[in-house]
Design a binder for this molecule. Structure first.
Ligand code: 5AD
Ligand code: SF4
Length: 494
């Protein structure tokens, strides 16, 4: 592992300064020379990486573009967990080709997990030669230097490092006002047989607890109500750190220390069931500012398939964890990830998955059709499931989960809950969206706009959803839908 120390960040700052000076000298009035747009695919870890890219771009004096076509620097931060993510990148690159023809000065950069697969980098080299810069998830801290090279020396740079890095002290421009994403570790050691992540994000490496806590405290000082602690498997946090009794170097202790900062709400993901400890469940039960929700991917309900997936737990152990967690923290919701159509999945294995869902009754689930990832052990396993069988199973899985999700939402009706506002709803600016401590998505109306102080109202008699982002509201829950609950605001809390 290579630890990127403050000296390296200072070295990068030299390039930041060079670019900034040059940028300023060319800058006519308020019109910056470079306006950027970052497109992020995939998970919150990628979103967090994009926030660090944006932080560095701001340091260099660049500003975000209003639209993609206004940008003269476009960064695509890719994901390679499933095949459709790959396809989206190449679809977008096809469209960008024309934009580059119209504006030859446009800089196009591609980063993220896909760039750790040489086949994709080769394809970009040969079929999309107009791309200027390619780098991997481990190279994010080098953006100033790489950009400097592209701007002043060579137009094209393919620079995908193969070392596992851990960079501290990068500037960050958070994309949301209500939630601070805080990566606590990088990489994954689990090698689930279907998954590409250990090959793209490298071995597990944990940040020092002091660094994590300092970032959380800074977020609290900046007014953030929520932190989301991120890692591919947060439960193995600290396994690679020196074990000392005076500091929180395992996940349960880190979580408790974050809770002690007094932040309003703490979320975390993802928890691998094999590493859930009693101490962790007790910590979740003890601190009311830790979310009342556990994301616990089961992947399959069949022991035979779990073994082929290399998951290291059985359905019985999973059910036991769920029961213990619910007993320790009443009202805890549980979400999961499920894959259908893993190689060799028989109808009976799939029936076991449905059966487990009926036992556990997940409050929500992300459901996926198996996607073959070359280089993973599952890609070489016999027993590929035909497309038609896979989609038929997927349909049945979704139908059952949707029923459970709706029932879970129905059980909340009539309650009054605290909602952390995330902004206006996607479909109607008069409606606000937010989440409860148990991660339910709530869309709510404000029965009388006089309930809102002046700055939170727009001229056209609508709530100012953007200004309300990060505020808390007490909401009466009225109507359950499959993926959300509708409610009415009783009062604004803060
Ligand atoms: N095919 C389908 N789903 C996958 N996931 C990871 N790899 C694959 C794959 N090859 C799913 C898992 C994981 C989630 C983030 O993505 O369910 O928990
Ligand atoms: Fe992939 Fe398994 Fe690691 Fe999750 S725990 S990132 S599914 S290898």
């Amino acid at each position: 592992m290579q630890i990127i120390d403050r000296l390296e960040i200072e070295r990068q700052n030299h390039f930041v300064e060079q670019i900034r000076l040059d940028h300023r000298s060319q800058n006519a009035g308020d019109n910056p020379v470079i306006r950027y747009s970052i497109r992020t695919y995939g998970c919150q870890l990628n979103e967090n990486d994009s926030e660090k890219l944006a932080g560095q771009l701001h340091q260099m004096g660049f500003l975000p573009a209003e639209t993609l076509s206004d940008a003269n620097l476009i960064i695509l931060n890719t994901c390679s967990v499933r095949e459709n993510a790959d396809n989206r990148l190449f679809g977008n690159l096809g469209r960008l080709k024309q934009q580059k023809k119209d504006n030859p000065d446009l800089l196009i950069a591609i980063c993220g997990c896909m760039m750790k697969q040489s086949a994709h980098v080769e394809r970009i080299k040969h079929s999309y030669p107009f791309v200027n810069l390619v780098f991997g998830p481990q190279d994010i801290h080098k953006l100033p230097e790489m950009l400097y090279t592209c701007l002043y020396h060579q137009k094209k740079l393919y620079s995908v490092g193969d070392q596992d890095t851990l960079a501290e002290g990068l500037p960050i421009l958070r994309s949301r006002k209500f939630r601070a994403l805080v990566s606590i570790m990088y990489g994954c050691n689990n090698y689930c047989t279907y998954c590409i992540v250990p090959y793209t994000r490298g071995r597990e490496r944990s940040r020092q607890p002091e660094e994590v806590l300092a970032e959380v405290r800074a977020a609290v000082a900046d007014g953030y109500q929520e932190v989301m602690l991120l890692g591919q498997n947060v439960n193995s946090y600290g396994k690679d750190l020196e074990n000392r009794s005076d500091r929180p170097a395992d996940f349960a202790r880190l979580l408790a220390a974050v809770a002690e900062t007094g932040i309003y709400r703490i979320r975390f993901m993802t928890s691998h069931p094999k590493d859930i400890s009693n101490r962790l469940l007790e910590t979740i039960a003890r601190y009311k500012n830790i979310e009342s929700h556990l994301h616990l991917p089961i992947q399959s309900g069949s022991n035979r398939i779990l073994e082929r997936m290399n998951r290291h737990y059985s359905r019985e152990q999973f059910i036991d964890i769920v029961q213990r967690a619910r007993a320790l923290r009443p009202g805890l919701t549980i979400s999961t990830d499920i894959i259908v159509g893993f190689p060799g999945e028989q109808e009976d294995d799939f029936a076991q998955t449905l059966d487990l869902m009926n036992i556990v009754r997940f409050d929500s689930a992300f459901t996926f059709q198996y996607s073959q990832r070359s280089g993973t052990p599952a890609a070489k396993m016999p027993g590929r499931i035909p497309e038609a069988v896979m989609s038929e199973r997927f349909r049945r899985l979704l139908e059952l989960q949707n029923r459970h999700s709706l029932e879970s939402n129905q059980a909340m009706i009539g309650r009054k809950v605290e909602v952390l506002i995330e902004g206006p709803s996607q479909t109607d600016a008069a409606i606000l969206s937010g989440r409860t401590a148990c991660n339910k998505l709530i869309n709510f109306r404000i029965p009388d706009l006089n309930m809102l102080p002046e700055p939170y109202r727009l001229n056209n008699d609508q709530p100012n959803g953007r200004a309300l982002e990060g505020h808390l509201a007490k909401v009466h829950l009225c109507r359950a839908k499959t993926f959300s609950i509708e409610g009415e605001m009783e009062m604004l809390l803060l």
